[in-house]
Design a protein around this ligand. Structure first.
Ligand SMILES: [Zn+2]
Length: 259
């Protein structure tokens, strides 16, 4: 009897949590010029149909309702928040139910910072980082990098890069193998493809991929994903096999139906 009461109380509690989360999301409004800002700044958004743009904005809104984005030692504005959320949604846009379960807060520093998050002194060369340990569930981005991420269309984008690390981390390890996006039989071919490409980048680097991708598998996956979302045309032309593999990971809805 008591067992049933406890279960009923737990269910009521769970429902109230869900309802308050839904209320929070409903109350959160995007700035009136969100569509204009996204159109102006985000090439991925520009390429979407009007219908998909609406879906994108709803998901940006939900992300911002659930995740705090705040400046540390610098003021941030609506555009900064929208760009962070756009970088979060782009990699998971083909997964309507995906919610990042490993982030609560995005901290924006004015400029690059050190590996131990200092914003002053020497060795400030980090533009973005996914926190670990005491910084778990946090991401840090340099505002300068955030502002320029979507500006040049050369295939580099620090925001997308860091959110791809988070996607990679969702299975417990940042190792270039996003287990939620890969079927089991696809894991070994993907690891081999990464190894071959890393060797190529460390060597001749014929496609002029950012050499940072040659550091390890995690960085390779994050960097190549930036190209995939920012310059799909170029990646498809330069490295069609790699492009097809990324498409099967990030857009299974598109590739499943293909013969
Ligand atoms: Zn990285």
């Amino acid at each position: 009897m008591y067992g049933l009461l406890i279960i009923a109380a737990l269910v009521a509690y769970w429902i109230s949590i869900k309802q308050s989360a839904a209320r929070k999301q409903k109350q959160f409004r995007l700035p009136a010029d969100a569509d204009e800002i996204l159109n102006d700044r985000v090439s991925f958004y520009r390429r979407l149909s009007a219908e998909d743009q609406q879906v994108f904005r709803d998901r940006v809104r939900d992300f911002l309702a659930e995740t705090t984005v705040r400046g540390v030692g610098t003021d941030i504005d609506d555009t900064d928040r929208l760009l962070v959320a756009a970088g979060a949604i782009i990699p998971i846009f083909s997964f309507p139910d995906w919610r990042y379960n490993n982030i609560s807060e995005v901290l924006i520093y004015a400029d690059a910072f050190t590996k131990d998050f200092r914003a002053t002194g020497d060795n400030r060369n980090v533009a973005g980082m996914v926190g670990d340990g005491a910084m778990n569930r946090q991401m840090i981005l340099s505002r300068k990098a955030l502002q320029s991420a979507f500006r040049h269309n050369e295939g580099d984008n620090t925001v997308i890069h860091e959110f791809v690390h988070l996607l990679d981390k969702a299975d417990g390890s940042v190792d270039g193998v996003p287990e939620y996006l890969l079927s089991q039989p696809a894991v070994i071919p993907w690891v081999r493809m990464m190894e071959d490409n890393i060797l190529e980048i460390r060597g001749r680097n014929p496609n002029k991929i950012d050499p940072y991708a040659g550091l390890n598998e995690a960085e390779f996956f994050a960097v190549i994903s930036e190209y995939f979302f920012e310059r799909p045309d170029k990646l498809q032309e330069d490295a069609p096999e790699l492009y097809a593999m990324l498409e099967s990971m990030f857009r299974p809805d598109k590739t499943n139906g293909r013969k």
